[in-house]
Design a protein around this ligand. Structure first.
Ligand SMILES: *Cc1c(COP(=O)(O)O)cnc(C)c1O
Length: 398
């Protein structure tokens, strides 16, 4: 019986082998390993893809988020709001930018930030300080200055109400678009589709190999329409210098590697097609899972979203048993994410407890990510569905 892995990265690389190797060869001839035209060309092309004025390549998605928060003006001690249902890099970046991460719960259908919970947080847990005009959290006294909505699993957060609340309370919005390359959101307010990464003051992308657009190593980027933010990030990624050895601020070593930029340029040409194939895989699963609705809940894609399906996440009350059954059948799965961030050991210091974000906690116990990649074949999906069906027969009998 042939195994069906959760993620298969060899095929797309072998398909592009010649082009990828030639990037490496031409780099050897110039030894231009850091900076240079390959980085600038990629930045221009990715900005165009995201429909933003600027893109600044950095060393990882985590760097992208951290630099975007710093460049947009988050100060030490500021509260930055995000969701507890995300990868830990979101809160790492907030803390490392000097901020204090705090959470609002997610929507049970989309698994993304619930704008109603955000509104409730801003209007019942905060007040405006008379003397400074700043929004303060009533319990901690800390200023609340930014929001990081995450476009999780490749699906855009509900940005219209989030942006409206941010405008009303003068908050910075930095999108975590690390799982959403090419995803789109239909803004009712603007009556148009908008690209993930073009809606906040700035947005962070990761090109970790398993992402929809992945490097052959570590890489990331910030997109923005704000020239001063782009300028500041160019300095932050390069030790705070615009001119060699003249350091206007203390920065980081967070540049995008030239070879990775060259490899990303090759792959970017296939991203639209790969995302289309992912959507096809998702549509196939939707169809196949109709008969097992009592066992698994497929992802819900609102009409305002054109998802990039970084992951295909279903929910099941008997997740552990289903996962084990699939593993025995040679089908790989993942869990994104098994422990809500507010309950992670690393964040005990934030003072949260079980029950604080009930939707995230409930979802964390039920989500299961099925095999999802552009090259997944219909007969492989068929087998995944058959095994789920097989399992559901057993589960009903139990
Ligand atoms: C992958 C990811 C990141 C971090 O990206 P790296 O390139 O691994 O640093 C941040 N946020 C989310 C939601 C991610 O999935």
């Amino acid at each position: 019986m042939k195994k069906i892995p959760f993620l298969e990265l060899v095929t797309p690389h072998l398909e592009l082998e010649e082009q990828l190797v030639s990037v490496f060869r031409s780099t050897l001839k110039t030894a231009g390993f850091v900076g240079g035209p390959m980085v600038e060309d990629f930045e221009q092309e990715f900005a165009q893809f995201c429909e933003t004025r600027f893109c600044v390549g950095v060393a990882s998605g985590t760097d992208a988020l951290r630099f975007a928060l710093i460049a947009a003006g988050v100060q030490r001690g500021d509260t930055v709001l995000t969701v507890p249902n995300t990868f830990v890099a979101t809160t790492e970046a907030i803390s490392q930018a000097g901020g204090w991460p705090d959470f609002v719960d997610i929507d049970e259908r989309t698994y993304n930030m619930d704008p109603h919970r955000l509104q409730e947080y801003l209007e019942t847990q905060c007040h405006v300080d008379r003397a400074t005009g700043r929004l303060l959290n009533q319990n901690t006294g800390r200023p609340v200055t930014a929001i990081v909505p995450v476009h999780l699993y490749g699906q855009t957060a509900d940005m219209d109400p989030i942006l409206e609340l941010a405008e009303r309370h003068r908050l910075i919005v930095i999108e975590d678009a690390c799982q959403a390359h090419g995803a789109e959101y239909f803004s009712r307010k603007e009556n148009r589709w908008r690209k993930a990464g073009s809606m906040g003051r700035a947005a962070a992308f990761s090109f970790y190999p398993g992402k929809n657009l992945g490097a052959c190593g570590e890489a990331g980027a910030v997109t923005t329409n704000d020239e001063s933010i782009a300028e500041r990030i160019r300095m932050l990624r390069d030790h705070g210098q615009a001119q060699k050895y003249y350091h206007d601020l203390e920065g980081y070593n967070g540049r995008l590697d030239s070879i990775q930029a060259g490899l990303l340029r090759v792959k970017l040409q296939h991203l639209v097609e790969w995302n289309r194939m992912r959507r096809e895989v998702a549509a196939g699963y939707h169809q196949l899972f109709r008969p097992v609705a009592e066992i698994i809940t497929p992802p819900y894609e609102p009409s305002s979203c054109n998802a990039a399906y970084h992951l295909y996440v279903v929910r099941s009350k008997c997740r552990e048993a289903l996962r084990m059954h699939l593993a025995e059948a040679g089908i790989g799965t993942g869990i994104h994410y098994p422990v809500a961030l507010h309950l992670q050991k690393a964040y005990l210091g934030l003072g949260h407890q079980q029950g604080d974000f009930p939707i995230t906690e409930k979802v964390a116990a039920e989500v299961l990510s099925l095999p999802m990649y552009p090259q997944l074949r219909p007969e492989e999906q068929q087998r995944v569905a058959e095994e789920v069906l097989h399992f559901s027969g057993r589960a009903v009998a139990m």
